[in-house]
Design a protein around this ligand. Structure first.
Ligand code: MD6
Ligand code: FE
Length: 217
């Protein structure tokens, strides 16, 4: 009998890959937390439902969004910004669950960023064909803090570019449970998500959910 060291079992282990300085991919890091995350998401989205916002230029976003934490990210004809009140229902955003905070903190630490305490978690839902065009995350106050991005459900192709929109972008497939931590010299890189391919995920069905944790205020 031969021991198969490179069997499919290896695909079940977490991994740590540096994408470029400041950007780390932690494959499967969120898997042990999937049940907790989905349960918490269910109640967050019951009080702050996902909705398709419009860009300042007037385009309806194909990604449906909500937020939890002290600050939530919104876009409307006045621009992109963080607010304490959800403009859809004039209520504060749902609190960030302790489990979300702990996961984001642990992922940041694994990527070399100490003391990450997010005050905003943006919740993105992609259905087939939904995409996010290349953008920079620059509505946050302190760019010394990283962003922790958790992917759940259907796989997607993430694009990491450079500091200019026109810079070449690498493509990284992201699957259920993968986390990207992004900061330092990479913090202001352009990035985006290619149109989601149709499919069925055993837990989430025909969608991808992305959580991005930020220290926004
Ligand atoms: C997404 N993520 O993965 C969209 N931004 O659906 C982002 O826009 C993002 O994943 C900054 C850092 C990590 C991200
Ligand atoms: Fe982003």
């Amino acid at each position: 009998m031969t021991l198969d060291l490179f069997s499919a079992d290896e695909d079940a282990l977490p991994s740590h890959e540096v994408i470029c300085p400041g950007a780390v991919l932690l494959r499967r890091f969120a898997l042990p937390h999937e049940a907790n995350i989905l349960q918490a998401l269910h109640s967050i989205l019951a009080s702050a439902p996902l909705r398709h916002m419009h860009t300042p230029g007037g385009f309806r976003m194909s990604v449906a969004m909500s937020s939890c934490g002290t600050l939530g990210w919104v876009t409307d004809p006045h621009g992109y910004r963080y607010t304490r009140i959800n403009p859809e229902n004039n209520q504060p955003w749902p609190a960030m669950p302790a489990g979300f905070l702990q996961l984001a903190h642990a992922a940041a630490l694994a990527a070399g960023f100490t003391d990450f305490v997010p005050d905003a978690c943006l919740i993105n839902r992609y259905e087939p064909d939904a995409r996010m065009s290349l953008h920079q995350d620059k509505n946050e106050r302190d760019f010394s803090q990283p962003i922790v991005s958790v992917s759940l459900g259907l796989p997607a192709v993430f694009q990491f570019g450079g500091m200019q929109r026109s810079d070449a972008a690498v493509r990284i497939p992201l699957g259920h449970g993968d986390i990207v931590v992004w900061g330092g010299p990479s913090r202001l890189r352009f990035h985006g998500v290619l149109p989601l391919k149709a499919g069925q995920h055993p837990l989430l069905g025909a969608q991808r959910i992305n959580l991005t944790f930020r220290k926004a205020g």
